[in-house]
Write a protein that binds this ligand. Sequence first.
Ligand code: ATP
Ligand code: MG
Length: 437
Amino acid sequence: MRRSRAFIPTTKEAPSDATLPSHQFLVRGGFINQQGAGLYNFLPLGKIVLEKIRRIVKEELDKAGCQEVQLSFITPISLWEKSGRAETMGKEMLRIQDRNDADFVLSPTNEEAMVELVKNRVNSYKDLPVNLYQINTKFRDEARPRYGLLRGREFLMKDAYSFHSSKEDMVREFNLMEETYKKIFTRLGLDFRVVQADSGAIGGDDSKEFHVLADSGEDTIVVCESCDYGANIETMFETQEIIDDLNEKSYEELQSHYIGKDCPDCKAHDSLSFKKGIEVGHIFQLGDKYSSALEAKFNDEGGKPRAFEMATFGIGVSRLVASVIEQNHDENGCIWTKETAPYMVNVMVSNIKDAEQNELGDKLYTQLQDANVEVILDDRKDRFGFKMKDAELIGFPYTVIIGKELANGQVQIYDRKTTQKIAVGVDEVFTSLMDLL
Ligand code: ATP
Ligand code: MG
């Protein structure tokens, strides 16, 4: 992409309600813009990042034997009446009417629709297990949409639903998905923890959450320094007041808070500490809650009809875009991880009136494109300082600065993460970049 032709509307000012780095930098960097409360447009750079995350999620799920589908976003209220959730979902579920006054909802999740899809299509234990997922829009009329993509009203979720002939098989899939999620978040370059969680409105037996560690996280989790144990404080304290009180506290304030507990798993003494986390994934063992309510049955080995054992697995795909930045930024802007960067290399021509600089910029740009490197050429007329600030704000992993030193046969490679600039000879710049990537 040539920057002179690109639609990347960067700005100096952040929206007044943007208190978190991801919200500020994603808007200022021209990744997203707000359409209304909790509603966001993805501009070209934001769309690239979103697609990269979506692709990684899809690749790992497909490898684990899941199949992608796409359900209709709008669902008839009758579905929700069958499960009883028309009553219990409350105001987060937005209801709409069509021209015939028939009632529908903007889907906040899709358990009922997925059960209806599988019902009478999977009839025998021989056809099980099945794990179907979609990466689709969700709408939740959140009481307080905020923090940009972290808590939107319309957002992109990966939601998977699995069907089994026995509880043991459902637990096997639950464990497989836990491992699959770990692969996904590791590939995305995130520092995360798996914690025991409350099942909330979805209901069911066991559930685990995946939290990206970030000071700005809305959730408070407890983790063990000696083993893998982790829990959302929602599962540890009985009263909502204590939970709310701890959630209000900043990460620093929590450090002086004594948990006074030995780790329930490894029994290590004084090994638990509080962390702040952003919930990016949630996996639930559902049992037959929805299949029974919707009378979705299969014939077991003895030919007896039985309700499916189910589990469900969510990932906040659009929330992940912001989570990467909550964990990877400095005061000047975004620092994308290799798997999420909108472009890996930014080739910057400092002075486009300089024929020699321009020529090298073009040559390097073509060379990198031919080598399948995601590259953008900053060929704008603007001053060097302005273009550099822009590169830092957007957060390309590497910027090649083609400037005055070219007269001595040298250019610089700027590393966004370390903020180091290294001088390299014109003849070595391509191979140096390939080594870095
Ligand atoms: P939260 O506790 O943050 O409100 P939740 O527990 O209600 O989330 P789930 O029903 O578990 O959410 O949905 C699966 C995933 O969808 C969550 O783990 C989260 O990553 C994402 N998600 C949920 N609500 C939102 C939202 N308002 N905006 C963006 N992503 C969301
Ligand atoms: Mg959840």
